[in-house]
Write a protein that binds this ligand. Structure first.
Ligand code: FAD
Length: 334
């Protein structure tokens, strides 16, 4: 394999109902930094039906070029058809790196493309860098139960590929009017060639709270002692107009539902304010909240690891401090 034939950083642009997924904009930000370091182009790959109107936004968030496959056959995401488009594009233009969001679509597509090319894929990456001279992608992710960060390299194949968790990378601020180069592509794919048929789209609307969209998250851990003690977390969240988060241990104890879990096997959150109360600060928790704007930790153990990852730390008993905070915030806000 001649690595010199491969150049450029690509981002698979995920589109749902005519809207670009936020993670794709975040990846354009991360991809821009990699492309600049390598002195190469940043391109998006957009696959769908009637999607040309989206190109403007993709350039405004940092892409230099955009490969577009705009055909009715791509109306719905299907592994077989999207994979054919990406394989076609990748084999024709030979990028050195392709990034995908670690969403259900991104993970599905990336693994299928990696198998067929074939090349390596690092899943659920949380940090990205590139070696300026060799072009080797340094894709880091928590490993061995989150106890260490592993940096994974793909030394023998190109393109190098990674899926990246939503909310970990930062999108660039939108540069209105920034333009780029659109490359329209087509593949000859017939409906009968695709085994998967979309018969109906059933939208499942759930009343679940989206903690990854909240400005204030009040998260509690095992230090709250019981489901009853955990009620204080609900009360503080309610007073602040925030939502409740929890460590894995409180989810496992049944004090709060799984969709409130913050961390490696839960949700990644980046609220403006994050309270970590009675949470020890295990690495698996930290990876899910470390990019929050302001982190306030309350823990009775002055040596708790959470104090290494917060902006403000209060050493003390949650049962004394939370009621005081509720009272103070209630007076200030209501
Ligand atoms: P503990 O570690 O028991 O900490 C409780 C803390 O409360 C202590 O620091 C204690 O000092 C403090 N405390 C006790 N009483 C009080 C009081 N009255 N007032 C104030 N402070 C008090 N964890 C996650 O959170 N999210 C994940 O996504 C996740 N994924 C994981 C994936 C894997 C593969 C593995 C192996 C683990 C994962 N974990 C995850 C678990 C993680 O390692 C920790 O076990 C967990 O985060 C600990 O939860 P905790 O902080 O609530 O409990």
């Amino acid at each position: 394999m001649n690595f010199e034939e491969y150049s450029g950083v690509w981002v698979f642009i995920e589109e749902n109902d005519g809207k670009i997924a936020q993670v794709s904009l975040e990846l354009l930000g991360a991809g821009r930094a990699l492309a600049n370091k390598r002195g190469v182009e940043l391109a998006g790959v957009l696959i769908g039906d009637k999607i040309n109107g989206l190109s403007k936004t993709i350039f405004e968030y940092g892409a230099d070029s955009l490969y577009v496959y705009d055909q009715p056959i791509f109306k719905y995401y299907r592994t077989e058809s999207y994979m054919q488009a990406l394989l076609h594009c990748s084999e024709k233009y030979k990028p050195e790196i392709i990034l995908y969001g670690a969403t259900s679509t991104g993970k599905d597509l990336a693994s299928a493309v990696a198998t067929d090319l074939p090349t390596g894929l690092t899943a659920d990456t949380t940090e990205l860098d590139v070696e300026e001279d060799t072009g080797l992608l340094l894709a880091s992710r928590p490993a061995f139960g989150g106890n260490i960060m592993a940096t994974i390299l793909c030394k023998k194949y190109r393109p190098q590929m990674a899926t990246v968790r939503p909310k970990v990378m930062k999108a660039l601020s939108q540069e209105k009017g920034r333009i780029g180069n659109v490359i329209e592509e087509k593949i000859d794919l017939k409906e009968e060639d695709i085994r998967t048929k979309v018969l109906e789209i059933v939208r499942h609307t759930s009343k679940k709270i989206k903690i990854d969209e909240a400005d204030i998250v009040v998260a509690g851990g095992k230090g709250l002692g019981s489901a009853q003690g955990f009620n204080l977390i609900h009360q503080l969240a309610h007073t602040l107009g925030g939502v409740v988060g929890g460590s894995r241990d409180v989810v496992e104890a049944g004090w709060v539902e799984h969709h409130h879990q913050v961390g490696q096997t839960g949700v990644t959150v980046t609220p403006k304010i994050y309270f970590a109360i009675g949470i020890s600060g295990a690495i698996q928790h930290i990876v899910g909240m470390k990019n929050s704007g302001l982190i306030i930790a309350i823990n009775k153990d002055p040596n708790a690891p959470i104090f290494q990852s917060c902006h403000y730390g209060i050493v003390g008993d949650a049962f004394e401090i939370i009621p005081l905070l509720i009272q103070a915030f209630h007076t200030a806000l209501h």
